[in-house]
Design a protein around this ligand. Structure first.
Ligand code: ADP
Ligand code: MG
Length: 247
């Protein structure tokens, strides 16, 4: 894997010529993510985080600037947990997950992920029969199953209850430790971000820019220690007052 290099001069929705929908979403956003880094992107609602992930995923190429996700000629695989689960309603839970494999589903891998997410009982059900939290867990499995080089996660744990969110977070963290890969993770939850990330990037309201870019130096084996996370958070807010209004 190589660095992800993001260099966006401008991202605008709509046209500047008499368009009511004109919106300057991103301005001068430049940063580089190193291979296997776990980066949390934190910023207020509507600041442009989903827009940025769509651009990195290659789903939106209407912008001025450049995003390089790999060396020339080598295209890394990308897993994406969308902000909305986006399951296909005419496929069962298992079929929705199998879609990411070109013909050869990894049965053991899928079974293990369904067990960890407590979804084995509903693997043959259709998405409309599931709660939003369950649909979200299916979409997380689908992204994990790709075993991608780059994993993009857009507020993935938002509609999960607190114990489930904690469990899925620790599953994500252990999967990442077993098989390091680059993660870009959008969240509003500063404690969650500190528990997961190597690096926190705080983003401004539109047009989105970087306000602060801060490393998290908490040892891996202390990430489950809530008092350690809380201490880091207090220090962070004390020494970086500029991030206060962004949460
Ligand atoms: P976030 O994910 O940080 O909440 P988004 O990336 O979804 O923010 O949106 C950033 C801004 O761009 C918002 O003001 C939103 O209304 C606007 N926006 C998003 N998509 C479109 C679109 N297709 N057309 C016009 N404006 C859009
Ligand atoms: Mg969003």
């Amino acid at each position: 894997m190589s660095d992800i290099r993001i260099s966006i001069a401008n991202k605008v929705y709509g046209s500047t010529q008499q368009d009511d929908q004109f919106h300057h979403a991103i301005a001068e956003l430049n940063f580089t993510v190193h291979p296997d880094q776990f980066v949390c992107l934190v910023g207020p609602s509507g600041c442009g985080k989903t827009t940025l992930l769509n651009m990195i995923a290659g789903l939106d190429s209407h912008y001025e600037g450049q995003i390089d996700v790999g060396r020339s000629g080598i295209i890394p695989s990308i897993g994406y947990v969308f902000q909305n689960p986006r399951l296909l309603p005419w496929h069962s839970v298992r079929q929705n997950i199998e879609l990411v494999f070109a013909g050869q589903p990894k049965t053991e891998l899928i079974d293990g992920l369904l067990d960890s997410m407590q979804l084995r009982d509903v693997e043959h059900q259709y998405p409309e029969r599931l709660s939003l939290g369950m649909q979200r867990r299916v979409s997380i499995i689908r992204a994990f199953a790709v075993e991608a080089d780059i994993l993009l996660m857009d507020e993935p744990f938002v509609s999960l209850d607190a114990p489930t969110a904690r469990q899925v977070r620790s599953l994500l963290y252990s999967l990442w430790q077993q098989r390091p890969h680059t993660v870009l993770f959008v969240t509003h939850d500063l404690r969650e971000a500190i528990a997961l990330a190597d690096r926190l990037i705080f983003l401004s309201p539109s047009p989105m820019r970087i306000v602060s870019d801060i490393g998290v130096d908490i040892a891996r084996d202390q990430r489950h220690d809530e008092s350690r996370i809380e201490y880091f958070r207090e220090q962070l807010l004390r020494h970086h007052p500029e991030i206060d209004g962004l949460l």
